[in-house]
Design a protein around this ligand. Structure first.
Ligand code: SF4
Length: 340
């Protein structure tokens, strides 16, 4: 029986500026199933990173949750992440949910050795614990933990621990960041475009490593990516974001097989493949919506080849079939075989 570890409930996030506010995420409801990899795909600006940031209360200023909740079920008590105070969120972040940021290679401090970066994090997190639970982390204790993690991500631990970031290749730095995300034994890891700027062979290696971590350590993962091929190969569930809304969600198998939403269908049909006939690739016409001037009705309608009159004035709502496959499109309502 699968259990949700995170539930986004009717989540809306706005960036509030002096003259206007920009709604980056609109009424998104989505669950992350424990121990599984869920991918969020969509063009830049579709709201993927903003949603993920809300899981660790780390939305860039001046963004804030204006409606809905992010609920965490990783412990005995349910945690409403947005309600955690500063001390509580410091303790929660990295211990319960960690994140490998986009461009992780520049997340490392260039003037501190890799070991000392791990050691600092371990010692700082002890200070977030109640006094009686704090341990004194010796360098020897830290060394054992860091060595184990670096070896787990297939690095030469002794060499890497004593190195500065500039002494490592891009792929090695990425593996260091993955090891770093595991440092405090989190239950969930957010991966924001984890292989950006890496060559194809290294990308494949990193994704195989992430899959191994997911399977062997039972860590739930939220993968944010533009890469549909990666989703097909490594994820269990996928959500398709467009203009701040979740347009389709289901198991990877169901979404690829059915592609009910015209945007999902367009994304998959515009992805090149090494084995398919690429002369039949068909790009999605038009450009992503301006969040300050969102189209009326269905926000995908100016680009949708199947747009109907109703789509221009009415907003489709979420429809979920008995298999848990969700689609936000009027066509889905009309599809007899799926609208049960
Ligand atoms: Fe296209 Fe209409 Fe469906 Fe929107 S609701 S995706 S415009 S068919």
């Amino acid at each position: 029986m699968s259990k949700n570890i995170i539930e986004f409930k009717d989540l809306s996030i706005e960036y509030v500026l002096s003259k206007y506010s920009l709604r980056a995420v609109n009424k998104v409801s989505l669950n992350l199933v424990e121990g599984k990899i869920t991918a969020l795909v969509g063009e830049s600006g579709s709201g993927k990173t903003t949603i993920a940031s809300s899981m660790i209360n780390c939305i860039s200023s001046p963004g804030k949750i204006v409606e809905g909740q992010v609920l965490y079920y990783g412990n005995d008590e349910v945690i409403d992440v947005a309600k955690l105070n500063e001390d509580e969120i410091n303790k929660f972040r990295w211990k319960e949910i960690s994140m490998v940021f986009q461009g992780a290679q520049s997340s490392l401090n260039p003037v501190i050795t890799i070991f000392n970066q791990f050691y600092e994090t371990l010692t700082v997190h002890e200070n977030y614990k109640p006094k009686k639970e704090r341990r004194k982390i010796t360098k020897q204790m830290a060394k054992e933990r860091v060595k184990y993690l670096l070896e787990f991500v297939n690095l030469d631990a002794e060499r890497v621990m004593n190195s500065y970031p500039h002494e490592l290749s891009g792929g090695m730095k990425q593996r260091v960041m993955i090891a770093f995300s595991l440092l405090l034994d989190p239950k969930v890891i957010i991966l924001d475009e984890p292989t950006t700027a890496l060559d194809v062979i290294t990308q494949d290696f990193i994704f195989k490593l992430l899959q191994k971590i997911n399977r062997e350590m039972n860590i739930t993962m939220l993968l944010l990516t533009h890469d549909i091929a990666v989703v097909a190969k490594y994820a269990d569930y996928m959500g398709v974001m467009y203009g701040g809304e979740l347009m389709e969600y289901g198991t990877v198998e169901s979404v690829f097989k059915n592609r009910y939403h015209p945007y999902t269908s367009g994304l998959i049909s515009s992805t090149p493949s090494l084995i398919a006939d690429n002369s039949k690739l068909s790009p999605i016409d038009g450009i992503p919506p301006n969040l300050l001037n969102m189209p009326t009705g269905c926000r995908f309608h100016p680009r949708c080849k199947k747009c109907m009159e109703i789509c221009q004035s009415n907003e489709p709502s979420e429809v979920i079939n008995k298999n848990g496959h969700m689609v936000r499109c009027f066509l889905f309502d009309k599809e007899e075989k799926i609208n049960e």
